[in-house]
Structure formats: C-alpha cells, structure tokens
Design a protein around this ligand. Structure first.
Ligand SMILES: Nc1ncnc2c1ncn2[C@@H]1O[C@H](COP(=O)(O)OP(=O)(O)OP(=O)(O)O)[C@@H](O)[C@H]1O
Length: 342
C-alpha cells in the first residue's frame, strides 16, 4: 500500500488489574497466560502493532472479549494504554499533554458507537451540530454544516425530529452525520450497525461505502460480524485474546488463514465472494486482447454469471484503466468451483 501511514501503534498493551505496569515489567513485557491468572491481571490488548494508511478502512474483528473495544479505546485514548507507542501523523500520541490530546480528539478524530448516544432533548439537526457548538462555531454556520451532513446521510426533512421520533437506522445516521461534522482525519466506528436489523444493516453498510467513496476517510471499523468485515474492509485484523493473529486483505484471510481460529471465520464464505479478478488474472497479455473488460477489483461472484454464459475471456483493467491481465474462463471455473486457486 502506497498511501502514507496515518496512525500506527507498536507493542501496545492494556492490562487491567491491581498493578498493570509492575506486572508487565516483572515479566519483561512477555507474560505467559498462567502469569495473568496467577496475579489477577487481564491482558485485554497484548503487544499489538499495526499501521493504518490514509484513506484505508481497517476492520478489527474478533469474538466477544477478544479486545476490540479496549484497543479502540486505547487508540482514542479514552483509556491509557499500559505500554507501547502510538503515532498519529508521525506525532507521538502518548507524549501529548491532556489539553493537546483533547484538542486532537475534538478536531481530528471522529467516533461512532453502537448505541447512538444522541441527546434526547435535541432535534436531529441540533444533535448533529453539537460538536460544532462545543468548538464555538456560531449558530447559523453550525446549522448549515449540520444540514449538509444530514442530507449526505439521507435524512433531508428529518432535521426537526427528536431521537424518539426516529428509527434505529435513522438514529445511527444522525450519529454518523454528527461524527462527520468536524471533518475528522481518522474515523473510529465501534460496531456502528450492530444494533440494527439485518436488512437495515446492509443498507447502511452500502451507504457507508458510498460515503467513503466521497470522503476518503481513514477508518478503523470494529465488528464481530465477518460478512460485514468482508464487505467494508480494505484489510482485516483478526484479534484473539488481546492479540492480532492475522492482519491481511479479506482475500488472504479467507484463502490463506494463519490458523484454525481465523479459518473458522472464513469457513462458510464462498471463495468467489472474496476473490477479485485481479487476484487470479494471467498477467501475460496475448497479442489480441479480448473485447470484453472487467476491473481488477471486481469480485468473481459478480463476473462469473456473465462469463459462464458467454464463455469469453475478459481483459482485466486496473484502476487507471490500463490492462493488468487476462481472466480466462478456465481460471474462473477453477477458482469458483475448484477450491484452491494457486
Ligand atoms: N475495565 C476492565 N477491567 C477488567 N477487565 C476488563 C475491563 N474492560 C475489559 N476487560 C476485559 O478485557 C477483555 C477484552 O474486552 P473488550 O471489551 O475489549 O472485548 P471486545 O472484543 O470488544 O468484546 P465485545 O465484542 O463483547 O464488545 C475481556 O476479557 C474483558 O473482560
């Protein structure tokens, strides 16, 4: 990935218990499982390191209790990590003063949580405008901005509604609009759609992806729903017992899982829903290029029906519309029906 790193963490730990710092020191930052239990400490986040690149959606995924929320709360410094380093735009986050950090959180970070957290006695418009009010933006200006974001999330006409008059999906959209008003540099979403029923959830995922196409935010998105992770992620970090077990593209998580825990998430996922044309294209271009084209990011599940019907190869184009390879019918059939692809 060529984009600059926006946020990074190295060797991040969050230990809960009576003496977390002393505990980590005593065990040389490598406590064994038995050490935690013996001293009544919990290793909620254990030696986590990763980079998030500008414009990327990094999904953090794992079973309940694997440490996702604790990790995101450390990254936003709602809680203090026990050890490790975090950098935001190459600035050492843990060296910022409390005031500097509050300013950073207010101006550069956006957060959306699963329980909408709207103010019940304020209209949708004034809920969305709230962060701007905190920043001291005057009433007319903040309402104009809030109106624009309500419109972006599809809530035109609902400006004067109170939270109790909105559906769950609409409330979540208000939350999303509110978190965007300050134009955050990095956007944290902690299970943003999990309180919603499956159909609305899918709609909001689609809208979220559309929104991201316009806004190009750097996003850390938490979910415990693997199909949601596959839909929205550029890369997925799989957590277990506080550690990141694998951080990889959705394709590799499904096709090349690091261990049985990761494999279980992908076990029910049809291969063609994660494999893209670019992943199996033959990069040696023939003299005569096939007339029909597909893009390298298109999933085989979208391409296969047409290709199987007409039986013709496809020219695979990259994002710059340049030829990246050929997708042959034989490759397609073996990828979709033949199990392994390489
Ligand atoms: N304040 C706390 N004190 C002690 N242990 C805690 C505290 N907060 C979290 N934990 C423990 O840390 C571990 C990770 O919890 P966390 O909430 O980060 O998991 P999660 O992956 O977000 O789970 P879920 O999907 O259920 O929200 C759990 O074992 C939890 O019990």
């Amino acid at each position: 990935m060529n984009m600059p790193v926006k946020l990074s963490c190295r060797g991040l730990w969050k230990v809960f218990g009576p003496r977390p710092h002393a505990f980590l020191e005593r065990h040389d930052h490598r406590p064994a499982e038995a050490d935690f239990a013996a001293s009544h400490h919990v290793g909620a986040v254990r030696d986590v390191s990763f980079d998030v690149h500008e414009g990327e959606i990094l999904v953090i995924m794992g079973l309940s209790g694997s440490g996702k929320s604790t990790l995101i709360r450390c990254l936003t410094r709602l809680i203090e990590p026990t050890a490790g380093r975090m950098e935001f735009e190459n600035r050492d986050l843990l060296k910022l003063s409390r005031v500097e950090h509050l300013r950073l959180r207010r101006d550069k970070l956006g957060m959306v949580f699963q329980h909408f957290g709207l103010l019940p006695h304020r209209t949708a418009l004034d809920n969305v405008a709230f962060p701007l009010e905190v920043k001291g933006v005057d009433k007319e200006a903040r309402r104009a901005i809030a109106r624009r974001y309500l419109s972006i999330v599809g809530l035109d006409g609902k400006e004067a509604f109170y939270p109790r008059e909105l559906s769950g999906g609409q409330k979540q959209r208000v939350g999303i609009a509110r978190s965007l008003t300050t134009d955050p540099e990095i956007w944290f979403l902690d299970e943003p759609f999990s309180a919603l029923d499956p159909l609305i959830r899918r709609d909001l995922q689609d809208e979220f992806l559309k929104l991201q196409k316009q806004l190009h935010k750097t996003i850390i998105f938490i979910t415990h729903d693997f199909s949601e992770a596959l839909r929205v992620a550029d890369r997925i970090a799989i957590m277990k017992d506080g550690r990141i077990i694998q951080l990889d593209t959705p394709e590799n998580i499904v096709l090349r899982p690091a261990d049985g825990y990761v494999a279980r998430f992908g076990a029910d996922t049809p291969k063609d829903s994660v494999l893209s044309a670019g992943a199996i294209a033959d990069t040696a271009l023939p003299e005569r290029l096939p007339p029909r084209r597909v893009y390298d990011h298109q999933k085989l599940s979208d391409i296969a029906p047409d290709m199987l019907l007409d039986g013709e190869d496809r020219l695979v184009l990259d994002a710059a519309d340049l030829p990246a390879g050929i997708l042959t019918r034989r490759h397609l059939v073996s990828a979709v029906f033949g199990g392994r692809t390489s």
